[in-house]
Design a protein around this ligand. Structure first.
Ligand code: CA
Length: 586
């Protein structure tokens, strides 16, 4: 599920001063590659200009200009089935209707070198990387970006961006002052276009079955002790009233720190901040003013102790170490589990599927429980899930920019089409894809504004129309119990994730506005030792923690800390603090 991943791959970035400093020291006073010549801003982004280009050399670059001859670009993809059940069954990413429109509009044809289920992507991409068999356009995380950059495998996008980026794409890239773009440039070359997002998208929430709480006469938990009681009742008191001992408390799959159904929020409740997800450690400021990895702090031990007890009492599933995310989702949708830690988007998937399967199932969002009341979630200082880069061998790097323009363009009102899913448009199979960095807050604000004003439709005239309109309509339909266009679960999912005041983003906003969060203080690119040893250290953590949860002595934690430090952790601590001393904004 690449889309979910993109929201959740929380790679914190050194977008701010570290980069500025790096750029200015290397390039003197020269502006970064992201500074855009104003001339191109006047070029119409609209695809409706049908003039085309006689040849790339002789005509003015247009953000969506049609190539006179088909330009074929290659990509690879890890994908999950489409989220929208109206999508024609059996479709594969190469049949995505977005690609048909892209071809029609720009004469760019996408060929997939390979397509694999999402859970095989990482391995497959590593192999491709090792063999040098890269596609033209790549979605990269920071580590792979660093690797390919160091191997000089990436193409320079500077000119392509300067000439072809649409005004909307520029607006997004300039929304943070151009820092993200500068981060991914090197020696004046723009080596990737970053998809960066509101860091509060990473806020951990507690998703819980309100209908089960009601059945058992219990209140939403605000402390870990209350959560422990509720979770136990979900195991022992037959919350689904089927007279079978067939439910459990808290969802978990084998990757303890991941992009969903994982333990980030759980540990945050103990004041422990081990991870930003997806195998990235979190760094918190110690009392000595230095950055320390949350993963090895003593607060972790209390959390592990509770997990051990939860495992023993069946509050977490005995099979968790064998479950991947799909199995965890099966349990949620199957009504087997009543609590899951995760981000704002859960209603959009998979909770919506559960509602459609069992209309009585009512999931609500809560601020995570803590030790003495609601706890503080970890939030990165800056967040970019991925970047888009091109191979240095790509003949038409500007095609990648045109594709970014294309996807943003699809947000305008003129492309509105109620039947998109049924017609085979699968948005998260389309790459490269970049969103308005303030997308979700904009949706929340605009939809609530329209609701409060009693509007019957959204009147927005910019590229955000489609996203705002989609949530507004779903909200109206959910509130009216209207299922003529889409299932109630789908409508609820869009509404409760993005617009409801007590929903995913609504609760996240409250966490943000009441300062109930702790920042991950490291937002630099992965250090040398993180790149070389990070995988091994993560594996060590996974194995040690899993063992402890399943009953090994808590002393294993101290052994883990010692091993983690000696196997590269100490070196990483040095590197991260060197970054912090010289480059972080304080
Ligand atoms: Ca039962």
């Amino acid at each position: 599920m690449k889309w979910h991943k993109s929201w959740s791959v929380i790679v914190s970035l050194s977008l701010v001063l570290s980069v500025t400093a790096a750029c200015s020291s290397k390039d003197g006073n020269k502006e970064g590659a992201s500074s855009s010549p104003s001339s191109s801003a006047s070029v119409a982004p609209s695809a409706s200009s049908e003039s085309g280009e006689a040849s790339a050399e002789t005509t003015k670059p247009e953000p969506l200009g049609k190539y006179p001859e088909t330009v074929t670009v290659t990509e690879v993809i890890g994908y999950n089935p489409p989220e929208d059940p109206r999508t024609p069954s059996g479709m594969t990413p190469d049949q995505n209707k977005y690609l048909v429109d892209l071809k029609e509009m720009t004469n760019i044809e996408v060929k997939f070198k390979w397509m694999v289920p999402n859970n095989q992507y990482e391995q497959k991409f590593s192999l491709a990387l090792a063999s040098g068999d890269l596609p033209d356009i790549m979605e990269l995380d920071q580590k792979n970006f660093e690797k390919l950059k160091n191997q000089n495998m990436l193409g320079d996008l500077t000119e392509a961006y300067e000439q072809y980026a649409s005004p909307d794409l520029r607006k997004y890239m300039e929304s943070d002052g151009g820092f993200a773009m500068k981060t991914f440039s090197s020696d004046g070359k723009q080596l990737a276009i970053p998809a960066f997002e509101d860091p509060f998208l990473s806020t951990q929430l507690l998703w819980i079955r309100k209908d089960w709480l009601d059945t058992l006469g219990m209140q939403p938990p605000t402390t870990m002790a209350e959560l422990d009681k509720v979770a136990e009742a979900f195991v022992t008191q037959d919350p689904d009233r089927n007279n079978k001992n067939d439910t459990y408390g808290v969802s978990l799959q084998k990757e303890l720190f991941f992009w969903g159904f994982d333990l980030r929020g759980f540990f945050n409740g103990f004041g422990a901040y081990p991870s930003v997800g997806d195998k990235q450690s979190a760094w918190i400021k110690g009392s000595d003013g230095k950055l320390a990895p949350g993963l090895i702090q003593p607060e972790m031990k209390a959390g592990l102790e509770m997990l051990q007890s939860w495992y023993k009492r069946g509050i977490i599933n005995k099979e968790f170490a064998l479950k991947d995310e799909n199995k965890a989702v099966e349990d949620i949708v199957g009504g087997k589990v009543g609590i899951s830690y995760g981000e704002w988007w859960y209603p959009n998937w998979p909770l919506n599927s559960h509602m459609d399967k069992d209309p009585k199932a009512e999931w609500i969002a809560l601020q995570i429980p803590g030790l003495d009341g609601p706890g503080k979630s970890l939030v990165p200082k800056l967040r970019a899930g991925k970047v888009f880069a091109v191979s240095k061998d790509m003949k038409h790097p500007e095609a990648a920019i045109k594709m970014l323009n294309f996807y943003i363009e699809m947000g305008y009102k003129k492309y509105k089409d109620d039947e998109k899913a049924a017609k085979g448009y699968v948005y998260n199979w389309f790459n490269p894809r970049i969103y308005n960095p303030a997308d979700i807050d904009n949706i929340y604000t605009e939809v609530n504004k329209a609701l409060d004003a009693g509007q019957t439709e959204i009147t927005l005239e910019d590229e955000n129309f489609s996203n705002v309109d989609s949530v507004f309509r779903a909200t109206k339909e959910y509130l009216a119990k209207d299922t003529s266009r889409q299932s109630l679960g789908i409508s609820w999912g869009q509404y409760y994730s993005r617009a409801a005041k007590d929903g995913g983003w609504g609760t996240t906003k409250k966490v943000k506005e009441s300062n109930q969060f702790v920042n991950n203080e490291f937002y630099g690119l992965p250090t040398e030792t993180i790149v070389s040893k990070g995988g091994q250290l993560d594996k060590l953590m996974q194995e040690s923690f899993t063992k402890i949860i399943m009953g090994a002595s808590l002393d294993e934690f101290d052994k883990f800390v010692a091993s983690w430090k000696s196997l590269g952790g100490d070196k990483i601590i040095e590197e991260v603090n060197a970054w912090y001393d010289t480059q972080a904004v304080k």
